[in-house]
Design a protein around this ligand. Structure first.
Ligand code: BG6
Length: 470
């Protein structure tokens, strides 16, 4: 459809940026912080771990100052569970909580809306030792942790996100589990973990609504439209299956309180159905998210499975991520799309499609909680960082966001990944996403100086004009 006129970005649009605790904070063992699974990460030679990261823990006021200079209206960050509750449950670490208290104060003082994720891949190690999310005691621990956060920060944080990319933790468990733990749990266990996460998210959603009726809360899965490789009906079914299993199930449970029927049939067929405790079904239906966080990076294109042992293969350039599932679907090439230098598909129009599908299915406000380009940026001799490729990437995605708004999507904000350079989940510090360059590399912490990239000035102008000039 050709529009005569595009709808402008609405007044109060949350132009933001994202990070997560373990990827920026550093201070992995300071001020009483307990260990999380991410602290066990032992990357291959030449790739950094998460111990210092961007040292945001020690640079926080300066970093928020830069957010203000960028003109951010919102900052999406995560809270480290084991910083606040070192054992995941029980005693609160006041010094750790004080860090988030100061962060939130700084944000509010600069008119930046805090958007806090409660759990972003960094499960407290003590909880992991007791079975992690597969153990229902972790649901109780999460609720205790949430209660502390809501009591102590709920007066100032009005946007909460429960769990980051629950679907990725099931489909790509190494997003949460470092190699050091040995074998990752089997899929039956992972789907039970996921069920327990649904229950935990529902409980804290209801808790927040009781404690702070003016606050909003929602999930933050990684959602993407799945394309069929061709218009062959079998490819269409494969795409539909995979979209239901990979994406819709996570929003269906969060919003409708029931599993997606196509996903459930798949779980039955594979012997992966989770156990429900008495009361789970009622609880899931009772919890109503106020908005949906959507992490969007890339669409996937799939074809019907062949079921001949070749359906599953490593993603190009990334041995960590396997695509395809034997007998379910296989990954297919999409000749219409390009890829980043890290082999990630670039598909701005796919983001519009994704947003439209989410809006049509759920009718809730959407906040883009992640989207961005990982690239090898270069610090020039004169101290500048030129990242025209990132500007181009984000501009094309913002254009599609505006088209999605014009299509009728209730898009309330956009938080690109990431505010500043941080440690990528598996590809260290060489793969940078930020508007702000951090002067360090994999092995050498150098000065840790913050340097706005060209994309910083560009994004500031976008925000200043409320997206009228992209
Ligand atoms: C998302 C995660 O999946 O993708 C982030 O929520 C992550 O934690 C981001 O950093 C980019 O992925 P990567 O592997 O390039 O760091």
């Amino acid at each position: 459809m050709f529009y005569q006129k595009l709808k402008p970005f609405p007044k109060g649009f949350l132009w933001g940026a994202s990070t997560s605790a373990y990827q920026v904070e550093g201070a992995w063992n300071e001020d009483g912080k307990g260990m999380s699974l991410q602290d066990l990460h032992e990357p291959p030679a030449g790739v950094t771990d998460f111990k210092v990261a961007s040292d945001h823990y020690h640079h926080m006021p300066e970093d928020v100052e830069l957010m203000a200079k960028l003109g951010l209206k919102a900052y999406r960050f995560s809270i480290s569970w084991s910083r606040v509750m070192p054992a995941g449950s029980g005693a609160v670490n006041e010094a750790g909580l004080a860090f988030y208290d100061r962060l939130v104060d700084e944000l509010v003082a600069h008119d930046i809306t805090p958007v806090a994720t409660m759990f972003h891949f960094d499960l407290p190690l003590e909880l992991h030792k007791q079975g992690g999310w597969a153990n229902r005691a972790t649901i109780e621990a999460f609720c205790l942790y949430a209660q502390v956060l809501f009591e102590r920060l709920g007066d100032r944080i009005k946007y909460w996100l429960t769990i980051n990319e629950q679907n990725c933790m099931v489909i790509h468990p190494n997003s949460m589990y470092p190699k050091a733990i040995g074998e990752v749990p089997d899929r039956k266990n992972l789907y039970q973990q996921s069920h327990n996460m649904f229950v935990a998210a529902a409980r804290v959603t209801n808790m927040l609504h009781e404690m702070w009726p003016d606050a909003k809360i929602g999930p933050a899965p990684n959602i993407t439209a799945i394309y069929p490789a061709t218009c062959a009906p079998e490819d269409v079914i494969a795409a539909d299956n995979w979209e239901s299993i990979r994406c819709w199930n996570y929003l269906d449970v969060a919003v409708f309180g029931r599993y997606n029927p196509i996903c459930w049939a798949y779980l039955e067929e594979k012997g992966l159905t989770p156990e429900f405790a008495p009361g789970d079904a009622e609880l899931l239906t009772s919890a109503k998210p106020d908005y949906l966080g959507v992490n969007y990076y890339a669409t996937a294109t799939v074809a019907a499975a062949r079921n001949d042992g070749t359906d599953c293969a490593a993603r190009e350039g990334d041995q960590q991520v396997m695509l395809g599932e034997e007998g379910v679907y296989r990954s297919a090439a999409n000749e219409h799309l390009t890829k980043s230098e890290y082999g990630w598909i670039i598909d701005p129009v796919g983001m519009r499609t994704t947003l439209r599908r989410v809006a049509s299915r759920y009718g809730l406000p959407i906040l883009i909680t992640e989207n961005g380009l990982g690239a090898k940026d270069t610090l020039e001799a004169d101290g500048s960082v030129h990242d025209p490729y990132r500007i181009d990437y984000l501009r094309r995605h913002f254009e599609q966001a505006q088209l999605a708004l014009t299509d009728g999507v209730d898009l309330i904000g956009y938080c690109p990944w990431s505010f500043m350079d941080l440690v990528s989940t598996h590809q260290g510090y060489g793969k940078r996403y930020g508007f702000v360059y951090v002067d360090r590399d994999e092995d050498d912490l150098r000065t840790l100086r913050r340097i706005p990239k060209d994309s910083f000035a560009w994004y500031r102008h976008v925000i200043e004009t409320n997206g009228a000039e992209l």
